[in-house]
Design a protein around this ligand. Structure first.
Ligand code: ZN
Length: 360
């Protein structure tokens, strides 16, 4: 028998981090390598000093130079493993955890642009040949019933996990409107809640083999009518019944961007057994209200707060995060300014709030 110290000599069995708030920053990963590597400055000079300790980098099937799916190569470009590894190493040394994200199921197009995945593999499109130029729909989806969808997507996930040497992965899954569609021969007539749950379970099982924690957006798990959240922040297309059919060790990123007196999803998701990471955006009043309700309703499953951005680059965020409190909004500055300002105001509070800090 080996001495215990030798057996325990890998980092995976070091004592778990003490519970501490997850203070997260979510942004689109720039596809230009130089801009991507500016995130190092953003982390070191902007985010870390404010207490941010997790960075979610969202990729599409186009915005990373994937190597494992040859059919995607004409579409996928930009940042690759080299840059990802460099950034991840840097962030780890700063104490900031990088969590890559790839939107699964929904968000496979934006406006008239369909992303490379469904261009390269139109046979896994949930609505094959329907909605030319994406007119009349929000975003395209991939088919949750087709095994080929998973064969391809798992390769992309594995590449991102490897490139960032990540121990957690965000699968997106927000705002899925096309699921169980009548034009899909594999899905038509099926229960959207079951289809959605099956997709969640397959992604979760795969990530489990990689020992990676799974994160996802929470809107499709919430009943839009019962909660009063409506069809965007929650589901009115039947997916919400998935909430009782999926593993409880998923971190649910519960996004809400409007000011409300109460956010019922906070207690619903915690009561169901999920760790909850509330996510806000752009409005200081809404973020303050959401944070206050998160504090009030916090159980040991309440993680902290995730600041989302939805547009803007590392240099812009750094400018907004580091400008003095008295600074006026620069002319022409878009929402990245508001986002930066509210991170500057709220992140240090979240970082030291004893109400937050579920175990990773
Ligand atoms: Zn389908």
């Amino acid at each position: 028998m080996l001495p215990a110290l030798l057996v325990l000599g890998s980092s995976s069995v070091l004592p778990a981090d003490p519970p501490r708030p997850w203070v997260g920053f979510h942004m689109f990963a720039p596809s230009d390598p130089a801009a991507f590597l500016q995130i190092k400055d953003l982390v070191a000079k902007g985010l870390k000093p404010l207490g941010v300790n997790a960075l979610i980098l969202e990729f599409t099937s186009d915005s990373f130079a994937y190597q494992s799916v040859p059919e995607l190569k004409p579409f996928a470009r930009g940042v690759g493993k080299k840059e990802a590894r460099e950034l991840a190493t840097f962030c780890r040394a700063q104490g900031v955890r990088v969590i890559p994200q790839l939107n699964c199921v929904g968000h496979q197009s934006w406006a008239e642009t369909t992303y490379g995945l469904l261009k390269a593999f139109p046979d896994i499109d949930e609505t094959p040949g329907q909605f030319p130029d994406n007119k009349g729909i929000y975003c395209r989806s991939w088919c949750t019933s087709n095994p080929k969808s998973y064969q391809i997507v798992f390769r992309l996930i594995d590449e991102l996990l490897d490139a960032f040497q990540a121990d957690a992965f965000h699968v997106g899954m927000d705002e899925v409107f096309l699921i169980g569609h009548q034009s899909c021969p594999l899905c038509r007539g099926k229960d959207p809640g079951e289809l959605f749950a099956n997709a969640v379970k397959r992604l979760h099982a795969h990530l489990k083999t990689k020992r990676a924690t799974m994160l996802m957006w929470g809107d499709r798990l919430l009943d839009g009518r019962a909660t009063g959240y409506g069809e965007w922040e929650a589901s009115t297309n039947g997916t919400h019944t998935a909430i009782d059919r999926i593993p409880k060790d998923i971190v649910v990123c519960d996004w809400h961007y409007e000011e409300r007196p109460s956010y019922p999803s906070l207690e619903i998701l915690q009561q169901k057994g999920f760790r909850v990471w509330p996510a806000g955006w752009r409005s200081e009043a809404a973020t303050a209200a959401f944070l206050e309700d998160s504090r009030r309703k916090a159980t040991p499953r309440m993680m902290g707060h995730l600041f989302t951005t939805w547009g803007g680059g590392p240099e812009q965020f750094l400018a907004a995060l580091t400008a003095p409190d008295s600074a006026a909004k620069p002319e022409g500055a878009a929402e990245w300014w508001n986002v930066g300002r509210l991170v500057r105001r709220f992140a240090p509070q979240v970082a030291k709030d004893p109400a937050f800090g579920a175990k990773p």
